[in-house]
Write a protein that binds this ligand. Structure first.
Ligand code: ATP
Length: 478
């Protein structure tokens, strides 16, 4: 039996997902905690994750009281902590390097940016999507016979093509009070362009020499034709992108280096190796400007899907911005006394998709207990402190331990319910350590340290708790 009591399974067409409205996690109920544990199972059903995320405060449907809005989600108290951890880990992995600088560019950019990038022209055609292989086509460029027969030119399946429609992926709005074509602006569909147009600003102000990179985390917006799978494909999302500027000729070497760096980052976050793989873009998939492209894919319950892209974008982007802006965007190599347009190696990860991977990969259920086996670096809380009973001598001690730990770690406390239920609640949100303050603590100043994944318990000195936790987190084996 599952930990969830599915008393009402709702299918919400607008949200594109079904979720259990009156689902109660077992640790919230008064029902006795089951003791029959079986083999550990992975996440098989996304609805279970959607329910857990709502119940525990990771992710809520956006504007839920109005029935939700398609493909938009809100991050709750724990979701935002998880997201901040992901962003912080990514940011540090990039900007701790001497050769990568950070930036935070505006979402609204000069409309010519999107002409130069190809987005205005490229996304303004009649679009046809294949629901099977997710390839997107311009109806006016497709083989007329295949279009008439509703046959996908990429995967060859029949009956999987959407109706052709005039479709631009970019959300359009107007700058200023007058709504006419002269003041159209776009919500950026990717963060990368804000980096390209600032290439020389960053290079000169930070006195960087090629090769170097610029990293950015920020919102992007795409009016996706086929959003769905919870937070996998949404219309508003965050990207974590790094564009690395290199001398032409050294681009493939850097491309390989960044491929290795990026997959290692996901592994370091505890994502299981067997759930990650590279997918190389073949001739049909490769963007016209790209010299090489690989996706890092993750095996979700709904199949292998892109998590992050690593692209060799050649000199296309800076070349186009030079052409459209009329500004010289060449780099001057002082040592070699030569000028050139750098090639760009891009690493582009979705923050929300990385978060979905973190959730999906961490989920464990053994027939009795549900726990999120997050790497502690990702866990919203690193430890939870439990006074065994609500007695002043225990709660006061517990408050002191909590205040001390809070100086260096994100920790929480829980006084409500039996100790078993409190452990379960923390397991379900992925807190790696539980600390129980009992009557022995008062006399000998030791506490019980419980480990989330094994449920093993050990007795440790209260005064060394912070040091022990930091040590265990730093040497966490993935
Ligand atoms: P997909 O085909 O899955 O929509 P894409 O190839 O269009 O993705 P890119 O343009 O390469 O994606 O964007 C880089 C990353 O941004 C993707 O690997 C993904 O993690 C994230 N991303 C892109 N579109 C979305 C979206 N609509 N919702 C959430 N994340 C997205």
């Amino acid at each position: 039996m599952n930990t969830y009591q599915k008393s009402c399974l709702c299918v919400d067409a607008d949200l594109g997902f079904c979720y259990t409205l009156s689902t109660k996690l077992m640790s919230d109920t008064n029902a006795p905690v089951e003791k029959v544990a079986g083999p550990v199972q992975d996440l098989k059903d996304m609805n279970v994750l959607v329910s857990l995320c709502k119940q525990r405060g990771f992710v809520f449907p956006s504007s839920e009281v109005y029935g939700g809005i398609n493909a938009c989600w809100d991050y709750g108290p724990l979701g935002i902590e998880l997201k901040r951890n992901i962003k912080e880990l990514w940011w540090r992995s990039m900007t701790d390097r001497e050769d990568v600088e950070g930036i935070d560019a505006a979402i609204l950019m000069h409309p010519r940016v999107w002409e130069a990038s190809g987005h205005v022209a490229g996304f303004s055609d009649p679009m046809v999507d294949c629901k099977n292989c997710k390839a997107r086509f311009r109806a006016d460029k497709m083989d007329a016979d295949k279009l008439a027969a509703n046959e996908c030119p990429s995967c060859g399946k029949k009956g999987t093509l959407t109706e052709p429609r005039q479709f631009n992926l970019m959300f359009k709005t107007h700058m200023g009070p007058v709504e006419d074509t002269a003041n159209v602006v776009y919500l950026r569909p990717e963060t990368a362009q804000g980096i390209y147009v600032n290439f020389l600003n960053v290079q000169q102000s930070a006195r960087q020499k090629i090769p170097f990179g610029i990293a950015q985390i920020g919102k992007a917006f795409r009016n996706e034709i086929t959003p769905g799978n919870f937070i996998f494909r949404t219309r508003e999302f965050e990207q974590m992108e790094m564009q690395y500027f290199v001398k032409p000729g050294s681009d493939m070497e850097w491309f390989e280096k960044w491929k290795a760096e990026r997959i290692q980052w996901h592994l370091d976050n505890g994502i299981r190796k067997e759930k990650l793989r590279f997918h190389q873009h073949g001739d049909g998939e490769l963007a016209h400007y790209a010299k090489a492209a690989f996706d890092i894919e993750y095996e979700f319950p709904f199949g292998w899907q892109e998590l992050e892209g690593i692209h060799n974008r050649s000199d296309f982007d800076l070349g186009r911005h030079q052409e459209f802006s009329g500004k010289n965007l060449q780099y001057f190599d002082e040592a070699a006394k030569e000028k050139y347009i750098p090639y760009i190696v891009e690493t582009s990860a979705g923050c929300d998709r990385t978060l979905l991977v973190a959730l999906a990969d961490a989920y464990r259920f053994d027939g009795d207990r549900t726990w999120m086996q997050f790497h502690p670096n990702l866990s919203p809380y690193k430890a939870a402190i439990f006074p065994l009973m609500k007695k002043p001598e225990l709660t006061e001690y517990s408050d002191r331990v909590l205040a001390d730990l809070k100086k260096t770690l994100r920790v929480t406390s829980d006084e409500a319910g039996s100790i078993g239920k409190r452990y379960r609640r923390q397991d379900e949100i992925g807190t790696p350590f539980g600390v129980t303050i009992d009557y022995d603590t008062i006399t000998n100043h030791t506490v019980t340290l419980r480990h989330r994944d094994t449920m093993a318990q050990e007795r440790v000195p209260a005064e060394k708790l912070g040091e022990i936790l930091r040590e265990k987190i730093a040497h966490w084996k993935v």
